[in-house]
Each structure stands twice: as structure tokens, then as C-alpha cells.
Unconditional design. Structure first.
Length: 650
């Protein structure tokens, strides 16, 4: 890495180059390599073919007999399969001071991330959806980088303008584009050395070995067996250097990436007006925005690329509606034999893919956007006091990963970690008592030791709630996807903290009815607000798809085979309020020896941040039980916590 600077007249120019080399060696043991054994009661139970269930049996008894019901492990052919990647960056920038009031800064940065490569033949499996195969490096025409192409258009322009409008007022405008490689696995590491033929994730149950063992009541193997569990199978690449996407037996879930490696990018812009009110106080008003491209769908780097579509609802084979159902055919692979590279495989025995989920697609193909108004007041240190207080009103949108592979618009909505209102105030105050201070500056040594040197700091945060998406009880009857939302109806759902008749704290009141069971008056049954029941029973009406959809305030039930039109994350949970306080005092014992006492109070007012959002709380609008209830404080918050410390330095 090197940087050069040249100053010429009103120009301050900078140039630089950055060369990096990344290397990764990970020997994963997510599933224990010596094997994880599960013992179920089914292996020592009696199977009833009439009811299709297992009666009796004990997990412990199965263990004592050595009957293993499930076996799982990671197995590898290599312990040194590693990835390497070259990264090359260039930049140039010029700061041009056009006048005493106007300065313009502009520049360009170029980034090039070479496709990662592996360190030996067969040490990498590069899975892709373009061909529906895993390319194995070193076999056939496949190079050490899996023949992945890199994106060379990663140019990041940037410009900034600062103009002094008045002696105490400055206007700043800026725009820039930046790139990011993502997290571990997005474009480097954690993928190709954990695919076939390098690594196998074995997960074996009885029905995997014998299709007739549908209830898994036959052991996978017995611990006193001379052979042990089924050995891990590592397929041999075909002549063209490939393996079927889910392996020759259609049983693996590979880590998949695009064939063109492209880093995430973000375009950012802002406009700010800053004004000096006094010699120590400034105020600032800003608009801030950004647009993310080629980023994550959802909160993580991977998503399911082969989800069921709603178009398969009500059909005999709903998996036929997956985006990649039977999209790939492998004429040389036999389903019955579980191997590839064969000739004249009958059409009925040829391997096809894919009728199951593909949960590990590192697509890097989603977008996001953010727009905010920011207000800020800052006071620099004077008379021992300084503070900064800023408020943000924002609107952030992104794509959730559920159903993204079928229709990205279904999961587009408020970013689930963004609070649309945030007000944070930081204060630091050195109390004006003791020697050299405003009050009692002539205090003697003992008095100064008691009242002098105290420092108070605090951080107070008031923010809006986190978003959440409503669901309803009868989703499984109306659709067969990962989406469960009602339609928008007349009226509205009333939100707010309150106690129900049983004293439970709730955020909303679900709509349901509890009635005596018509078939057994000693029992009751719950009728959800959006479910139709057969008269005189507590059973759902089997013909409800053919009748008018029920409604409740704010919602109606979608027609069978459709997704509800209530958008993603339309509601918000309780607001956040926390205030942390710290009180500290410095003691000077001698010129050489010093001490500090400190008391920290987290959530000094002991105010609970109620947990009801996209990860906490039952959001079903017509369910009984804990639907709508607030059962805990928000994750990563706490009630009041006091800590005390004493530090001695010399």
C-alpha cells in the first residue's frame, strides 16, 4: 500500500494504490466430525400400522441397547483445503480551494476483487445456478478459481462541496459510491471448500436407508456393529469437471454463488447546513440518503433460491411450482444407482433437479434505500460542560429473504432493524467544585478530596419501535409458502400498551371467541376471528374456500391460493427509552500516585423497553394463547444495573 500527495497552488492532490492478498483455511466442524448420535424412543417402541404412530419406548432404553436413531457429522477428503484471493485498489483525489469561501473535493476509486482460488486439485466445489452444477477445480476445463469471472466496473466516484454562505454559516453537499466484499462467504471463504467433493454433511435417519421405515423406528446402526454408520460418499467429478448441483443422490444443500463475482455497492449523498449560534454552540440540519445495490436479501448473506410459489397451491405436486423444479437434467446420472458418468441411462432413471429448497444461495442481488432528516445541536467544552444532541427521522426500505426467489416485491418494506425516530443526547459535565473550579476554589486539601474532581456523563436515547408483520391462524389452509399475511380490511388494529382481563401486558388484542365444545360441554374450543367453522362443531369448515372471506377490524382473509396484501412490516412495536449515567471522581494521592472511583448506572430510571417486534412476540391477529402479548423486555436491553469500580494508577 502506498499514498502520494502533491500540493500545487490551490490544489491538494492525492494518489494511492493498495494491493492485498487474503488467505483462508477453515476446517469446519459445525457438525462434530467424530459423529453426533441421537437416540429416540421410537427404536424401543411398538409401531401401530393402523394409527401410523409409535407407542411406548424410552430414549434411554434405545441408548442402552445401542440403537442409534440419527447420525450426523462433517466429513472431508482434505484437511488443508484453503482459499486465496487477490484484491487491487487505486484512487485519485483533488481538493481544490477555488476561493476563501468555496472548496471542492472530487475523486475516483477503483476496486477489483479477483475470484478466489483454491490451493490444490479437487479442493474446491464452485456451485452455480447457471448450469445447475458444482464445478470442481482441476478437473476437465475447470481452473483453480472455478472459472468464475470478476466484475471490473467497480468505479467509485465521489465529490464534496463546502461553501461558506455567511461568516457563521456553512453549506456542505456530498456524493460518493463505495464497495464492500460482504461477510464471510459472500465473495470469499466459507463456501467452495465446504461443498462436494471436499466436504460432506452426513445426516442419516432410518428412512434414508430404507424408504419403508417412514416412522424412523428402525435404528440407523447399532453401536456394537462391526461396520458402524454408512461411510461418507465423495462423488467423482465427471469428464467435464462437474458434479450435479445437489450431488449424484440429490441429497446435499450446496453453498451457491453467481458465476460473476460482484461486490456490494452503496451510493451515498447528503446536504448539510451548519450554523454557529455562539462561540461554543453550533446547530446543524442535514438530509442524508443512500441506495444499496447487490446486497443481502434479509439479514444474512444467503437465502433460499428455490422456494415454493403460491401458484402450486391446491395442486397434487406443489413442488412443481418451485423456480428450479426439474430445471436441470443430468442424462449420465442414474437415480437408482446414485452415480454419474454412465452411458445410455433410461429417461425414467435420469437424475433431475431441483424439487427441494436451495437454502444457501449467496446471491448478493438485493437492493435497499435510506432517507433521513437529521437535526443536531452541539456544545463544545466551556465551564466544564459539553453535550451533543441529535434527532433523526428516517425511512429505510429493504428486501426480506422470504419468498425473494419467487417475487422480491412481496418482502419489500421497512428495514426491520431501523427505528424511524431516534433522539440521542450525550452530556459530559465536570462539576464546578474544588480547587481551580468556580465554586469553593480555595478549599483545603481534605475538602477538595471530598468535593473536587467529580465528573458526570450520561447518554439518553428515545427512539421509535421496531417493525413487525401480522399473521393469522388459518394460513396453512389458504397457502403453502413461507408468507403468512392477511388482507387489508376496513377499520384498524388498535396498538398500544395495556392490560387484558387476566392482567397480561399486551400490545394488541387478537380477535377470537371461546365457546363450549358442542360435542363435549366440559371442554371449550377457540374460534379464531378469520376462520369459518362447521356449525355445531369445533372443526374448520372444509368448504370455506368457496364462501365469502371473513373480516375483523383492519383485516380480511385472503382468497385460497393467494397471498395477503397486507405489506411487509407495516406496524411498529413499543418505543425505546434508555438513560445511562456515569459518575466518576479523580483522586491525586501524590504527584506519582492517582486513583479513580467510578459508578456506572445502566438504565438509571429502570424503564423497561418492552419487547414486541419482528423477532419478539406472537403477531397472530386472531389467535388465542400469547398472541399480542408482551412477555419480555426487548432483546439486548436490561433493567437497571449498577457497577462500581476503583482504579489505582502510578
Amino acid at each position: 500500500m502506498n499514498n502520494w500527495t502533491k500540493i500545487s497552488g490551490n490544489h491538494a492532490m492525492k494518489f494511492g494504490a493498495d494491493l492485498r492478498f487474503a488467505h483462508n483455511l477453515r476446517f469446519p466442524s459445525d457438525a462434530n466430525r467424530t459423529g453426533q448420535l441421537v437416540f429416540s424412543h421410537k427404536e424401543t417402541s411398538l409401531y401401530d400400522p393402523v394409527s401410523g404412530s409409535n407407542a411406548g419406548g424410552l430414549d434411554l432404553a434405545s441408548f442402552l441397547f445401542g440403537n442409534v436413531s440419527k447420525f450426523e457429522r462433517f466429513a472431508s477428503v482434505s484437511q488443508n483445503a484453503a482459499e486465496s484471493q487477490k484484491r487491487f485498489f487505486l484512487y485519485a483525489q483533488d481538493q481544490f480551494r477555488m476561493s476563501s469561501k468555496l472548496t471542492i473535493t472530487y475523486g475516483m476509486r477503483w476496486e477489483d476483487y479477483f475470484p478466489e482460488s483454491v490451493n490444490a486439485k479437487g479442493n474446491g466445489g464452485f456451485a452455480n445456478l447457471d448450469q445447475g452444477v458444482i464445478r470442481v477445480n482441476g478437473f476437465g476445463p475447470i481452473g483453480s478459481n472455478g472459472n468464475i469471472r470478476n466484475y471490473i466496473g467497480a468505479f467509485g466516484p465521489r465529490i464534496g462541496i463546502a461553501y461558506q454562505l455567511r461568516p457563521k454559516t456553512v453549506v456542505r453537499i456530498g456524493y460518493g459510491r463505495s464497495f464492500d466484499i460482504g461477510v464471510f462467504g459472500s465473495n470469499f471463504g466459507h463456501a467452495v471448500t465446504q461443498n462436494l467433493p471436499v466436504l460432506v454433511h452426513q445426516s442419516i435417519q432410518a428412512h434414508d436407508l430404507n424408504s419403508a421405515s417412514i416412522n424412523d423406528n428402525v435404528p440407523v446402526y447399532q453401536m456394537d456393529s462391526a461396520t458402524g454408520p454408512t461411510p461418507a460418499q465423495f462423488p467423482t467429478p465427471r469428464a467435464n469437471g462437474t458434479i450435479p448441483l445437489r450431488g449424484p443422490t440429490n441429497s446435499v444443500d450446496p453453498r451457491i454463488r453467481p458465476t460473476v463475482q460482484r461486490p456490494a455497492s452503496i451510493d451515498m449523498w447528503n446536504a448539510t447546513v451548519e450554523h454557529q449560534l455562539t462561540s461554543t454552540i453550533t446547530v446543524e440540519v442535514a438530509y442524508v440518503g443512500n441506495k444499496g445495490t447487490h446486497g443481502f436479501a434479509g439479514d444474512g448473506p444467503a437465502y433460499n433460491a428455490n422456494e415454493r410459489s403460491i401458484t402450486g397451491y391446491g395442486t397434487a405436486s406443489p413442488d412443481n411450482a418451485r423456480p428450479f423444479f426439474n430445471h436441470y437434467i443430468y442424462p449420465d446420472c442414474s437415480v437408482s444407482q446414485g452415480v454419474c458418468g454412465l452411458a445410455n441411462v433410461p429417461l425414467s432413471d435420469q437424475l433431475t433437479c431441483c424439487s427441494a429448497d436451495l437454502n444457501n444461495y449467496f446471491g448478493m442481488d438485493a437492493s435497499s434505500n435510506y432517507n433521513a432528516l437529521q437535526l443536531k445541536v452541539e456544545k463544545r467544552v466551556s465551564q466544564g460542560l459539553q453535550f451533543v444532541s441529535h434527532y433523526t427521522w428516517s425511512r429505510a426500505r429493504f428486501h426480506d429473504n422470504n419468498y425473494y426467489s419467487v417475487d422480491p416485491s412481496v418482502g419489500y418494506g421497512p428495514m426491520n432493524v431501523n427505528r424511524n425516530h431516534v433522539w440521542v443526547t450525550n452530556i459530559l459535565y465536570e462539576l464546578p467544585f474544588g480547587k481551580g473550579k468556580k465554586y469553593m476554589s480555595g478549599a483545603n486539601t481534605l475538602t477538595d478530596a471530598l468535593i473536587g474532581g467529580w465528573r458526570l456523563t450520561s447518554i439518553t436515547n428515545w427512539s421509535g419501535g421496531l417493525p413487525w408483520t401480522p399473521s393469522y391462524s388459518a394460513c396453512s389452509e389458504d397457502e403453502n409458502t413461507s408468507i403468512c399475511r392477511p388482507n387489508i380490511g376496513s377499520g384498524s388494529l388498535k396498538l398500544g400498551k395495556k392490560r387484558d382481563s387476566n392482567g397480561n401486558l399486551t400490545w394488541f388484542t387478537p380477535v377470537f371467541t371461546t365457546i363450549p365444545d358442542p360435542t363435549d360441554p366440559t371442554k371449550t374450543c377457540t374460534i379464531p376471528g378469520l376462520t369459518l367453522f362447521t356449525p355445531g362443531t369445533c372443526k374448520s369448515d372444509p368448504n370455506q374456500c368457496n364462501v365469502a372471506r371473513p373480516t375483523i377490524p383492519g383485516f380480511s382473509r385472503p382468497a385460497c391460493g393467494t397471498l395477503g396484501n397486507r405489506g411487509y412490516d407495516p406496524f411498529r412495536g413499543p418505543h425505546l427509552f434508555t438513560s445511562n449515567l456515569s459518575l466518576a471522581k479523580n483522586f491525586r494521592i501524590t504527584e506519582r500516585y492517582k486513583a479513580e472511583f467510578r459508578m456506572d448506572a445502566n438504565n438509571i430510571f429502570n424503564h423497561p423497553v418492552l419487547g414486541f417486534n419482528y423477532t419478539q412476540g406472537n403477531t397472530c391477529i386472531d389467535c388465542a394463547g400469547d398472541a399480542g402479548r408482551i412477555t419480555n423486555i426487548e432483546n439486548n436491553t436490561s433493567m437497571r444495573l449498577l457497577t462500581f469500580g476503583l482504579r489505582f494508577s502510578f
